[in-house]
Design a protein around this ligand. Structure first.
Ligand SMILES: C[S@@+](CC[C@H](N)C(=O)[O-])C[C@H]1O[C@@H](n2cnc3c(N)ncnc32)[C@H](O)[C@@H]1O
Length: 347
């Protein structure tokens, strides 16, 4: 375990995180990026109390996020600049904006004590009376943004995913929870004979992506839920970055629906960045987000293999694609390494 360089006061501070969130939500960074403004001018532009806003901004000066010159004009430091743009490896400003679903989801961390006592509580749903996904569906701009964030991660790997597995041999695939179709577009572009369908809560973004890519003849999408039975008969059912959003029972339901639809001949293909071995949380922040937003968790390959085994699926092959893994599953009858631990399976 690494000891933190920061002291406990810095680690436990809620004042700075909330002040940053207020600044981002009010679009203060955008307003001062081209030249400083006074607290009074910013309050007038943001319809806030000038005295209170100034106190928040002064705290952000103390925290090294903003600057204030002798004329009382506030500007951005290098750290503050990150509130403007998404910096890889830093912070996605969308998480800080309390006007977005992601920003609100972060606030559900105030429910952590309750969740610690009762692990069945989904903090987001308890806080807002609706699930993260239902809320996202009500906010088109947040839904588009969410899809874009997902697609950005996918675009970096889609070529390797397309090349690392013989997708063409499947004939047709259903991308279960396939979002705006980024993965399916990549797979169809790389495998000329392949056909595909996205099933997601809202099919619209994927339909548009297929049209824009000139793939409408081979790709379609429909709005539906993977918590309900899936259309049978495709050669493969892809489950990309879905499992960590759900609790164990729901993952069994989703994989079970894939297994039923795939039948004896079809494949279920989990594409994901799995957690490192159990007990070592390489991305503990994401793990806790999954807990609070959805009641989900980051899972190791072995944990996913066990859930798949519960619904009669066994690992046939494992392949690496960039830093993600493609786990090919099939019903037990056809599996090559039925019952073996994934550590033994070969890439
Ligand atoms: C983390 S994203 C992954 C998107 C995509 N598979 C990828 O890897 O980029 C989870 C996806 O699950 C979808 N989703 C959530 N609940 C769903 C449900 N009940 N039925 C179908 N899709 C759902 C979301 O809309 C979203 O597109």
């Amino acid at each position: 375990m690494r000891e933190s360089d920061r002291n406990l006061r810095e680690l436990s501070d809620l004042i700075t995180p909330m002040s940053i969130r207020v600044a981002v939500t009010l679009r203060i960074p955008q307003k001062i990026s081209g030249g400083g403004l006074t607290a009074e001018a910013l309050a007038a532009e943001t319809n806030t109390d000038p005295g209170v806003l100034e106190r928040i901004l002064l705290h952000l000066v103390s925290a090294g996020v903003l600057t204030r010159d002798d004329g009382g004009l506030f500007g951005l430091t290098r750290v503050g600049d990150q509130m403007l743009v998404e910096n890889d490896g830093s912070v996605n400003p969308d998480f800080l904006d309390l006007g977005t679903v992601s920003g609100r989801a972060e606030l559900s961390f105030f429910r952590l004590p309750e969740v610690a006592r009762n692990g069945d509580i989904v903090a987001y749903s308890a806080q807002y009376g609706t699930s993260f996904w239902d809320d996202l569906g009500k906010e088109p701009s947040s839904a588009v943004h969410f899809d874009q964030v997902m697609a950005a991660g996918m675009k970096k790997r889609v070529q390797e995913i397309a090349e690392s597995y013989d997708w063409g041999a499947l004939g047709s695939v259903v991308d279960v929870g396939g979002g705006n179709g980024t993965l399916l577009v990549g797979l169809l572009q790389a495998h000329a004979g392949l056909r595909g369908t996205v099933v997601d809560r809202d099919a619209g973004p994927a339909v548009r992506a297929f049209r824009d890519a000139g793939l409408s003849g081979r790709a379609g999408a429909f709005s539906g839920s993977f918590l309900e039975p899936l259309p049978p008969g495709a050669g493969g059912y892809v489950v990309s970055r879905i499992q960590s959003d759900w609790n164990d029972a729901d993952v069994r339901t989703i994989l079970g629906h894939c297994a039923d639809a795939a039948g004896a001949q079809g494949r279920v293909i989990v594409v994901d960045e799995f957690a490192a071995e159990e007990g070592v949380r390489t991305d503990s922040e994401t793990d806790l987000r999954m807990l609070m937003y959805y009641g989900g968790k980051e899972r190791t390959m072995e944990q996913v293999r066990e859930l798949a085994a519960d619904v009669g699926l066994s690992v046939r092959s494992l392949r690496r694609a960039a830093d993600w893994t493609i786990m090919e599953l099939s019903s037990n009858a056809g599996a090559v390494r039925g019952g073996s631990s994934v550590e033994e399976a070969l890439y």
